[in-house]
Design a protein around this ligand. Sequence first.
Ligand SMILES: Nc1ncnc2c1ncn2[C@@H]1O[C@H](COP(=O)(O)OP(=O)(O)O)[C@@H](O)[C@H]1O
Ligand SMILES: [Mg+2]
Length: 221
Amino acid sequence: MLSLHDVRKTWRQGDHEVVACDVGQLQIDAGETVALIGRSGTGKTTLLHIIAGILRPDRGSIEIAGERIDRMSEGACDHFRGRHIGMVYQTFNLLQPFTALENVLLGALFGRGAGGDAPDRAAALLQRVGLGERMHHRPSQLSVGQVQRVAICRALINEPELILMDEPLGNQDRQTGGEVLDLLLQMAREGNQTVLMVTHDPESAKRMGRTVDLATLRRVP
Ligand SMILES: Nc1ncnc2c1ncn2[C@@H]1O[C@H](COP(=O)(O)OP(=O)(O)O)[C@@H](O)[C@H]1O
Ligand SMILES: [Mg+2]
């Protein structure tokens, strides 16, 4: 489902370079739920953005559902992401002027389309995560846990094969974050979707089928 080979990304900070990501090999099968664990600053968000095709690596190959996204043009990559990948960002990235329902529909607009039954599916997803009464609220009127649930619905609206999640706890308490993660995993299981989560938290990693320590993926220089 997902295959990474020799992926590297460095950032220039002042006059020196920081290696943000250095992965030798990573293979994830369809339907797996995997936690990539690493301390803060070890390149988890960078790697997730590379897998989503939001960031280009300096080198390496990324294959998702049989397609080499590192070889795609930016436009083709955006199109591919819209249809095959659902991303729950560390900072959730909802658009503040829009309601919960509109934010989920915007996900559809950049994916399989916001017409047809998309509004009904968006509403059903929000119901499913317990936000049936909050659909017409803006992000500023919701709690952190509720905003994350909306971000999950936006990630799921296009029925992507691959779901990427950055730090499931965010700045919530462990119980709330754990409940949201369990809900996502349950929905992913029903859809036979693959989930890759990155986290610094060993407890939330335990909820996943497999845990991989990011440090062990580093190539020996
Ligand atoms: N846009 C950027 N410009 C320069 N350095 C960056 C940028 N984004 C991340 N970094 C650096 O890359 C490293 C990894 O960051 P990040 O991927 O956010 O780690 P994590 O998500 O594991 O906390 C850090 O040293 C960070 O300072
Ligand atoms: Mg991060």
